[in-house]
Design a protein around this ligand. Sequence first.
Ligand SMILES: [Zn+2]
Length: 318
Amino acid sequence: MKGVKFMGVTVFCAAMVAVVALAAIRYKENTLVNPCEKLTTYSKLAGDPAEIIYDKEKQIIEPFAYFDDLYYVGLAWVGAYLLDTGDGLILIDTLHDPYVQVGQSNIKKLGFSPKDIKYVIVTHGHFAHVGGAACYHNKYGAKVIMTDAAHRKTKLDRNQKDFPITAPTVSRYVSDGDVLTLGDKTIKFYETPGHSKGALSLEFTVKDRGKEYTAFMLGGVGVYSRKPEGFDEFIATVNRVIGIVKDDNVTVGVIGHPMTANDLIKVGPSLSKRPNGQPHPFVDQKAYLEWLAKLKRDTEMKKKELLEDEKAGETATL
Ligand SMILES: [Zn+2]
């Protein structure tokens, strides 16, 4: 298996923003009842970009072992990761209605029980990441961890008709520099603003065939703001992450929406079947740094376009 390429993010991010915006328009007829059990009915939107999210046949994929102790239990478009600490499980991000049940079923398919999830870490308050958190707390007693700001955003968003969210009960608010230790894992938290209020990034170790590597998960990719300051905030975040990756020798980039960055979804199921001696294709600091650098360039470009649009608007009104 060759090294994995991290894909350009601009086009995909723009597409996903469009998808989310369109889906928001199309989804407002639906009502969330119980994120654990009830699959919301929704209409298939043939030929519509929203179909990317709501077409179950495209979204539901087999879960797989990403590393010895990190498992992919997410969808095609949005990730959820299960970390086995040896003394209980940690779920990172929770999917969203109508797929929360799929996340639980993926966990069981891998031989784990959702009852063993001690903590749910939510990277940010967007529906696709926080949507299932209340379920894991209410049904299985998992403690939910997120930032105060992200929780406040979730509570504000819970009644919105586009993507209704059941706001979870939060057991612990974390801030920059905080850590969580469970079993043989210590997760270090970073507040990384720019994508969404209270976005949280994580640093932790993973093992591949017994060998330990440092992983980093950037909580939230891309900018939704239409203000230059929003772009500056995200660029500062990416600069900071690039520094952390170099300083801490991070070699694994864990991506919230893998299909925006690399081909994990495609090759993931074959990772555990690699012949002995074949390196793990996602242990690749260079590829991760290249992806982050491109993310920064793309964000700078978008900011430039925004400023040019604003200038053109001003000129037009003169
Ligand atoms: Zn997001």
